[in-house]
Write a protein that binds this ligand. Structure first.
Ligand SMILES: NC(=O)C1=CN([C@@H]2O[C@H](COP(=O)(O)OP(=O)(O)OC[C@H]3O[C@@H](n4cnc5c(N)ncnc54)[C@H](O)[C@@H]3O)[C@@H](O)[C@H]2O)[C@H](O)CC1
Ligand SMILES: [K+]
Length: 479
């Protein structure tokens, strides 16, 4: 699990560490790590380091200080370093003095554009964890002249450090070098950060505000049959989905459950014949009332939001096993929350809303802080809430929150959510903690999407077909 901390927690930890560290030492540690990455990027993009040109965009705080010190270190590699000071009177004093001593060049804001356009690398030291809002006009104006790779100091300037929200001009980096600990922006705004690297400067933090699963976490979570297992022992999942007119959602959700584990999958609904035809290994019946015992239910995709759908949902909620309520089930719960009264107390519930379904559940869209939004819904419904989006956030009623950093946007295709719900259900049936089940399913779903796409648009069927390869990839000890 990777820990992620808010800027408030990180600043407090930095202050504690600063109190016991020689003045400027932390910044020099950070800046040296930054300089190493800058040299690596120069070598990667131009084939050399010495004699290359780096232009620093320097803000008025310590973020700019990091950039200035890194420029001074790069001068040791004979890199031509120029610094554009956005607020010359407020630039970091010791960093500026270090750059000047090393032979770095200070250029005016007016001359900035030409130094940016001719650079082999631009270093974004405009603003870091003290950022408020999008870039100010003077900084934003410079970005139009960038023609080289961009290295962001700590985080890409103009992106909200705690939510990853971008609501105006902001830096788009090829690489971000952060210090001490990951901030939410690094998991929530992958398109702005590029590849993220962490430089340890000695910060020690516990109780992360946010977490991200490692591949190893997902591999450990994924059920694999052992010598004493049979089709029941790994958990039987029931899929209550689809209708005679819309069997597709049922085929996708049930197929995902079949592909996710070796446990038995039961299907219940009006698409039984189609599902049976597609997945002969499934035990399919026409109604949930005669579906037999399961260890978890998936309910919702394609069941409709009318009385019958509500009755199916109420029945499933009353079975006393974990439930993943997806798609139409989410809408039914939003419209008739009393349906949750059927829920056996303590029965784990996973809700999987996209932004529109979230708005139905909560009466307002998720907004910029999607982690806070998911947490509020989790508390309100006493459920794990898997808030789908470019970066899916999974919040538990006890406040735990996971972020899944996506691999591109290939999952934005019809039926993709049906596949995800089947994966969640299969992991719930295996007895996994519902929050972890939702996180691991999202991780594999995202990986399957990128494997299926492989650079070209894919479909829910393609994602479904790629699930086994995604699981193999997660579980392979060599990758
Ligand atoms: N504490 C340390 O020794 C270490 C700090 N590190 C680096 O420090 C920054 C945080 O520095 P701080 O001085 O708190 O503020 P910033 O540099 O992030 O911001 C400075 C300044 O920027 C202006 N500003 C705010 N929002 C915007 C905006 N949207 N556009 C333009 N300018 C903006 C505002 O005036 C701020 O005061 C941290 O990120 C690290 O890079 C290192 O981690 C090493 C240890
Ligand atoms: K920055």
């Amino acid at each position: 699990m990777q820990g992620i901390w808010t800027t408030e927690r990180i600043r407090a930890a930095e202050d504690r560490l600063l109190a016991v560290t020689p003045d400027g030492e932390l910044m020099r540690r950070a800046a040296f790590g930054l300089a190493v990455h800058a040299a690596e990027m120069l070598a990667e993009h131009t084939g050399s380091v010495s004699g290359r040109r780096v232009t620093l965009l320097v803000g008025s705080g310590n973020n700019g200080g990091d950039a200035l010190w890194a420029g001074a270190f790069l001068r040791r590699r004979n890199v031509a370093v120029s610094a554009i000071l956005l607020k010359p009177e407020r630039a970091h004093g010791p960093g500026l003095a270090a750059l000047k001593r090393s032979g770095g060049k200070i250029v005016s804001l007016e001359d900035g554009p030409q130094w940016i356009s001719r650079a082999d690398l631009v270093v974004d030291g405009i603003v870091g964890i003290s950022a408020r809002g999008s870039l100010r006009p003077d900084a934003a104006a410079l970005l139009g002249h960038v023609g080289s790779p961009v290295l962001a100091v700590d985080l890409p300037s103009g992106v909200d450090p705690d939510t990853g929200a971008v609501d105006g001009p902001a830096v788009v980096a090829d690489r971000t070098v952060t210090f001490g600990a990951l901030k939410p922006v690094h998991a929530l705004a992958p398109a702005s950060c590029g590849e993220v690297f962490l430089v340890d400067i000695g910060l020690r933090l516990t109780d992360p505000d946010l977490q991200r699963l490692d591949t190893a976490d997902v591999a450990a979570a994924w059920p694999v049959p052992g010598p004493d297992d049979d089709k029941y022992s790994q958990g039987v999942v029931g899929i209550a989905a689809g209708s005679a007119t819309y069997p597709g959602a049922a085929v996708l959700a049930a197929g995902a459950a079949v592909r996710a584990t070796s446990g038995l999958v039961r299907y219940a609904g009006h698409a039984a014949d189609v599902v049976r035809g597609q997945w002969p290994e499934i035990i399919a019946t026409g109604s949930v009332t005669d579906a037999g015992r399961v260890q978890a239910w998936v309910v919702g995709p394609g069941i409709g939001t009318g009385n019958e759908g509500r009755d199916v949902l109420r029945f499933v909620l009353g079975r006393g096993v974990p439930v993943c309520a997806d798609a139409d089930a989410t809408t039914i719960i939003a419209r008739s929350p009393d349906v949750l009264d059927a829920r056996d107390p303590g029965t784990p519930l996973v809700l999987t809303p996209h932004a529109g379904e979230f708005e139905r559940l909560m009466g307002a869209p998720p907004g910029a802080d999607r982690v806070a939004a998911a947490r509020s819904a989790a508390r309100k419904y006493d459920a794990v809430v898997l808030l789908k989006g470019h970066c899916t956030v999974i919040a538990a009623p006890d406040g735990r929150a996971l972020v899944n950093t996506p691999r591109g946007s290939w999952l934005a295709t019809a039926g993709s959510g049906d596949v995800l719900s089947g994966l969640v259900g299969a992991l719930l049936a295996s007895g996994l903690d519902p929050w972890l089940a939702a996180g691991a399913a999202t991780h594999v779903h995202s990986l399957a999407g990128s494997l299926a796409a492989d650079g070209a648009p894919t479909s829910a069927s393609g994602i479904l077909a790629a699930v086994p390869d995604a699981i193999r990839s997660v579980r392979s000890l060599t990758s």
